[in-house]
Design a protein around this ligand. Structure first.
Ligand code: ZN
Length: 53
């Protein structure tokens, strides 16, 4: 365990969670949406594909 990971996160890696309603998992998958990049977790990444531009 090192402090490096911790500091790297706090140094401005954009925090993005799944944008699916009611889901607060980590959004690992980014999609181009109307308001910029939208993020979804593995479970909801199909939502990103369906987002109309
Ligand atoms: Zn989700």
């Amino acid at each position: 365990m090192s402090d490096e990971t911790q500091s790297r996160i706090s140094k401005g890696v954009y925090i993005h969670y799944c944008m699916h309603k009611g889901c607060n998992k980590w959004g690992a998958y980014g999609f181009k949406g109307r308001y910029g990049t939208e993020w979804f977790c593995f479970e909801h990444k199909d939502d990103g594909n369906l987002t109309p531009l």
